[in-house]
Design a protein around this ligand. Sequence first.
Ligand code: CTP
Ligand code: CA
Length: 233
Amino acid sequence: AGADALRADLAGRRVVISAGGTREPLDPVRYLGNRSSGKQGWALARVAAARGADVTLVAANVDLPAPFGVRVVPVGTAEELRAAMLEEAGSGGGAAADVVVMAAAVADFRPATVAATKLKKDSASEPDAVPLVRNPDVLAELVTKRTPGQVVVGFAAETGDADGDVLAHARAKLARKGCNLLVVNDVSGGGVFGRPDNAAVVLAADGTATDVPHGSKDAVAAAVWRAITPRLA
Ligand code: CTP
Ligand code: CA
């Protein structure tokens, strides 16, 4: 990782990374959210900036200072994250990014309606269920709208289950999403959320799988960049 940081091999490259976790409002004070801290996305941004890239972080509810030299675009909901990522990736016709990384935890569903005023409890009855609707799949849309030569990277936290092990689920997800690389975290043994360390397997659309040994999120970030750089045009 040290040697990688000394090379400005990403100079002139435009990199867009989503980080954190979306929050989907129920009313003016409440939301459905997740525990993603943004640390892995931040580490990816730090490594890329240190190697000379022009880096934008689309940050969903991240409570971390901006990495040196990195532009941060704050967003709240999945819809806001989608709009910012499509814009920054260049899918809308702006400057195209060379690399697009979806490290954010995007809520799969959001409340179907957002109350304009604070929801009140009714002392006489139990609450109604909250109807949910599906959020857009930002990664899949970025893949569909990928600009020529752009490398699109997804993340997935998986556990094995009756339908298959972690890698089987991950390979199916990579095929479903159509991205160039999928960084897979095995979360069977408990959460990685908020922790400084991580371990992963990087799956590539060409079938290769690269083990990333357990280490800091910076070390995982360096390994992810090692997988990305040979795929740049
Ligand atoms: N993702 C996205 N938009 C969504 C959901 C997920 O862009 N609405 C992205 C994530 O940022 C991540 C990748 O897709 O890079 C995989 O996320 P994951 O939650 O593992 O995949 P899902 O397709 O939502 O499948 P699952 O049912 O396992 O949650
Ligand atoms: Ca999901």
